[in-house]
Design a protein around this ligand. Structure first.
Ligand code: G6P
Length: 485
């Protein structure tokens, strides 16, 4: 039993079983883990997560036999991990069908509306599995949390947990944090009424709801208003069904500049510096780093670069676009199709412009964190153009590790635009012609302006490191204990 429990679908590490049956572990992917790992490491507390890979399930079963929690070592210290194993069909419906294909698509406006979504009978079955997994998380939090303890529930996978947990344990302080955007009420109401209602009710079981930037918090408040809740827009509160006032707060998240620079100085990244230099061969380097994710807008990014080459013949042979796009959610047909389109688009640009000595686009599809850090450190321009993004930590990692005063091209629909606006070159992510022009502008920025912008970017990116982000939420949650309901 502990004072502090964190619950998220993906855990801080992912285990793999090697050929000899030994377990090895690597860093869990994505922004949520990147934020929470450093925030929690070294603190007394328990992290409850799903066993996702085969290795995770093996690790979880070994723990279950010994009855002990596993302590996993992160760069910043150890965390206790409680891993939950689910029936594969139930988990697949929970994760792929509901969390990823429905709620994630919803909050990023990704539906192909003429065809999807369709809320048929099989959707109802999948929704019951979503409820089942949320129930299991609530039970595990109940198990782990000591009397009067604090539970921090993460993201859209676990939207029902706060209310489920409150019913079991009214003594707990419960917070929920959304690491992604929140859709406006018109789009949100595409969900079947009962499902939309369950999501809002589930989240309002918390004492405090956190969002990355004010836009997403505002959308959530408007969804509550439309659903008939009493909303106080001045005090940022919603009156829950049981008469509690739920705080809806914004907690922007940045990166730990010092820790990142130290990481970038380690031997494995230094070795990658040489690899990146080899790839660039003295040419100007335009970099992007994303998961292969529909919301990241990789296709329009490549298209904009192709247009830039078309319109700027003198740039040909003098620039290289290095796009690092790591595998993500490979079970989803939409992601498989998207990956194929990205490869096709990169190849089309190369076919159109390549010469015997120059490959205009280099597409890297394997996950390689040291390589990504090395690429960002060496980049002249970093392109971050998501259609929508809760924050986008790559936009903050780049300026923090840059050795060349990188110019940042940033989608105004990324939460990060709120913190990096003054230093970045903001773009409309749907306007590929604007992106093409902005690439030209970024490459031509005079050195003093680059330096001025880079300083602003560095300050904006590192202002709110994960530890502070998490501490601010903890302090605010503790204060809710003194606020009469
Ligand atoms: C990114 C998002 C998080 C989300 C995570 C899930 O990090 O910012 O909101 O929780 O992706 O990714 P996964 O790979 O676990 O599906």
């Amino acid at each position: 039993m502990t004072e502090l429990v964190v619950a998220s679908n993906r855990g801080p590490v992912q285990f793999e079983v090697d050929d000899d049956g030994n377990l090895t572990s690597g860093r869990g992917a994505g922004g949520m883990v990147a934020a929470l790992g450093p925030a929690l490491a070294g603190q007394a507390g328990t992290w409850v997560a799903a066993a996702i890979s085969d290795g995770d399930r093996v690790a979880a079963r070994r723990v279950a036999r010994s009855g002990r929690l596993r302590t996993v070592e992160l760069a910043q210290g150890g965390v206790h991990l409680r891993s939950l194993v689910f029936d594969p069909r139930e988990y697949q419906n929970f994760y792929n069908r509901i969390a990823n294909r429905t709620i994630w698509f919803l909050h990023h406006y990704l539906f192909d509306v003429p065809r999807h979504p369709r809320f048929d009978r099989s959707f109802r079955v999948a929704w019951r599995h979503y409820e089942g997994v949320n129930q299991a998380f609530a039970a595990a939090c109940d198990d782990e949390a000591g009397r009067g303890g604090e539970v921090f529930v993460q993201d859209y996978h676990l939207a029902l947990v706060p209310a489920m947990l409150r019913r079991r344990r009214p003594d707990l302080r419960i917070a929920h944090f959304s690491h992604c955007p929140w859709a406006d009420p018109g789009y949100f109401q595409m969900l079947p009424g009962a499902v939309a209602g369950a999501i809002l009710d589930g989240m309002l079981g918390a004492d405090q709801l956190g969002f990355l930037v004010p836009r997403w918090a505002r959308n959530f408040l408007h969804c509550c208003l439309e659903a008939g809740y009493r909303v106080d827009f001045d005090r940022h509160t919603v009156m829950a069904g049981d008469g509690r006032r739920v705080l809806v707060r914004t907690y922007p998240l940045g990166v730990d500049g010092e820790a990142l620079r130290e990481r970038a100085g380690q031997a494995d990244t230094r070795a990658q510096d040489r690899v990146v230099a080899e790839l660039a061969r003295g040419r100007r380097l335009i970099v992007r780093v994303d998961r292969m994710e529909l919301s990241k807008n990789i296709l329009r990014g490549l298209e904009g670069y192709g247009m830039f080459l078309e319109r700027n013949p003198r740039a040909r042979g003098r620039v290289v676009h290095y796009a690092l796009s790591y595998p993500s959610r490979r079970d989803l047909p939409e992601y498989q199709a998207y990956t194929a389109e990205v490869k096709h688009m990169a190849e089309a640009i190369n076919e159109r412009f390549r010469t015997r000595t120059w490959e205009p686009v280099l597409l890297e599809l394997r996950d390689n964190y040291p390589r990504a850090l090395a690429a960002m450190a060496a980049a002249d321009v970093l392109v971050v153009n998501p259609v929508w993004d809760g924050m986008n930590l790559v936009a903050k990692e780049g300026p923090a590790v840059s050795r060349r005063d990188l110019a940042l091209i940033l989608s105004r629909n990324a939460g990060a635009a709120d913190d990096l606006g003054p230093g970045a070159l903001l773009v409309n992510p749907f306007d590929t012609a604007e992106l093409a022009e902005t690439i030209a502008t970024a490459l031509e920025l005079p050195p003093d302006e680059r330096a001025k912008r880079a300083a602003l970017l560095r300050d904006g990116a590192t202002a709110l490191p994960p530890r502070d982000w998490f501490d601010r939420q903890r302090t605010a949650l503790a204060a809710t204990a003194q606020t009469p309901g």
